[in-house]
Write a new protein. Structure first.
Length: 274
């Protein structure tokens, strides 16, 4: 049986599991680090209608891409994301970060660095009147150098464990939610969890078939808002990106068939998933 360890650091309580011998090779339930604050509407009470969520990858999606960021100043928000995030939050969407951070397993990032970095992230978003409902972080990698994190798990994307745990914790309806990320892993995690998916980046990626693709996170969030937030009567339909609902609900774009993808192959792009 695995031995459960609880580690307390400033601002968060997280659980991890240590394994010995052969058991370390077996996939385990999600043991993601979690830092959570109740958002504008808080967790759904028992029996209440489950709310939609926007799940966001961190590095390369919510923040500018960095190679194994390890300091608060390494986190810089992507341009233009404040207004569409605020609009989605105001419309009742939970905003949840789900991030692979194999730098912990590889010994490139210390556990003590995590809380200050995520305080910085919340501070940056607060300047745009945006509050995260939760941050879920997977520290694992099977080929890591830190034994307690060098395991196969069910929380590392493309596995959907972090999304499932967040949905359970916060009362989210995965079928009404979106996963936004810049890698095939993000798209696959969302698809396996039952969400719609948005891929962001300079070009589409081979092997990724998202619900929608946009070149920037801001444009992806605006497109999600356009499809999910009804426009108020008399509102200017060109107010996209202002933090106000820009357009009436529109049908979701169809997912291309396998035959159409073969006839129009996508360029392979880099995955920044760590």
């Amino acid at each position: 049986m695995p031995k459960r360890e609880y580690v307390r650091t400033p601002g968060t309580v997280r659980s991890a599991t240590s394994f010995q011998g052969k058991a370390s090779q077996e996939p385990e339930p999600s043991r993601a680090f979690v830092t959570r604050t109740d958002g504008p509407t808080g967790p759904a009470p028992t029996g209440a209608r489950r709310r939609p969520a926007v799940f966001l990858d961190r590095d390369g999606t919510l923040t500018e891409p960095r190679h194994y960021p390890s300091r608060p100043e390494d986190l810089v928000l992507q341009q233009g994301i404040g207004p569409p995030l605020h609009a989605l939050q105001h419309a009742g969407f939970a905003l949840i970060v789900v991030t692979n951070q194999s730098g912990l397993a590889r010994g490139l990032i210390s556990e003590a660095a995590i809380a200050p970095m995520h305080r910085r992230l919340r501070e940056l978003l607060a300047r745009h009147r945006v509050q995260l409902d939760g941050i879920y972080l997977c520290p694992h990698h099977p080929d890591g150098a830190v034994p307690r994190f060098s395991i196969a798990c069910s929380c590392r994307k493309p596995a959907p464990g972090m999304l499932h745990r967040a949905a359970d914790d916060l009362g989210c309806d995965l079928s009404a939610s979106w996963m936004v990320g810049d890698s095939v892993c993000d798209v696959d995690a969302g698809r396996r969890a039952g969400t719609r998916t948005a891929l962001v980046g300079p070009q589409p990626l081979a092997g990724a078939v998202p619900t929608l693709y946009r070149t920037t996170t801001a444009r992806a969030l605006e497109a999600i808002g356009a499809s999910e937030i009804p426009r108020a009567p008399g509102q200017d339909p060109h107010e996209e990106g202002t933090g106000r609902p820009p357009h009436p609900r529109v049908p979701h774009p169809p997912v291309p068939s396998a035959s159409s993808r073969r006839s129009n192959p996508r360029a392979e792009g880099p995955s920044r998933e760590s």
